[in-house]
Ligand binder design. Sequence first.
Ligand SMILES: [Cu+2]
Length: 150
Amino acid sequence: MFNPGKSNFRAAFRLSGFLALVLFWAFISGCGGYGKSSYDTGNPVTPPIDNGGNGGGGGGASLHQVNMQNTRFQPAQLSISAGDTVKWVNQDDMIHTATSGTNGVADGNWNSGNLSKGGTFTRVFNTKGTFPYYCIPHYSLGMTGSITVQ
Ligand SMILES: [Cu+2]
């Protein structure tokens, strides 16, 4: 039944090589998809260029990143221009939130929800003022910050 002829052997080798390639490709793309979705916090991502009627900023809106790292917001105090975007990125192995409010009481302006490591939350600030916020699980540890919009 089994024919060890050269041509058969070559064909089988070619076929298995092709299958290996297909499997490898599927593995790579599958991993890519998984990695991407694990970073998706389910929050709607607001495009940084959406200026929402903020007339005459004179120049593009900027994107500012605040890291959640070592149970701190870094930088804790951030000054931005109206129309700019702030992106929080959790760098820790624990859950953090970026929740607007003072004294550990949410004011309803925004709430990132729970962000695990690699999770992000993005918000455009169109209204001028100072906006304090905190991390719900770590407020008592002093994990607070503020965004000042000028
Ligand atoms: Cu936290």
